[in-house]
Design a protein around this ligand. Sequence first.
Ligand code: ADP
Length: 254
Amino acid sequence: MRNVSKVFSNGTLALKDMSLDVVRGEFISLLGPSGCGKSTALRIIAGLGGASTGTIDWPSSKINSRGLPEGDVGFVFQEPTLMPWQTVLGNVYLPLRLAGISKSAARERIMDALASVGLEDFADAYPRELSGGMKMRVSIARALVTKPKLLLMDEPFAALDEITRQKLNDDVLRLWKQSGVTVIFVTHSVFESAYLSNRIVVMKARPGQVFADMPLENSGERDADFRTSEAYRAATEKVSRALHDAIHAGGGTH
Ligand code: ADP
């Protein structure tokens, strides 16, 4: 992101001069108080809303009409946003269907994506038959089925209970390690960001800007032992302090 600003039509200055260089293979969390522009930044990166000024530069030379590298970006929303009239398989098929690939040709890729989130036995189930965590897994499989190089996740686990959330955190870390995908993960949870990321970008509000850019040592295993380790405690303390300072520097909506 190069000096990206965003002014909404009602005059809200959501982002001001935000610049961010993302390195291939990173797991970045965008952390900040509600209203600081995290979702706006993610949506602009995804091409879901234009920047008012500034640019998004991609390393890829093949850019499509929406200004995105072809097939390179997957997006997971806060809600699973599944089509209730389609099976799990039909939902995960959607991005490939939009790309003009027939269902029979897509089947193996769909089943691989479902297996990667542990849902291979639920291909024929309908969303109403699934728990909240399983619906979110379908949403992740749908984002991964195109094998994107960049995965954008907008507070995907905020509505889930703590245990399901921790399980999905571990699943996302496993998928990240296996696939080498670059992840930008929006959250307002210090604990989640410190568990997942190897870099945390703390944002401040009014206007939305990068307040602190913090690398985290992330070489060891992330597991139940890590959650109770001194390293995790120290990381959460460092990140909490930065978030506290960001809130006092810029405020939030709550
Ligand atoms: P966050 O994801 O950090 O909670 P958002 O990116 O959703 O923050 O919002 C940043 C600011 O922009 C907030 O003040 C929000 O009210 C405002 N905003 C977001 N979307 C719109 C919109 N479509 N129209 C007007 N204002 C918006």
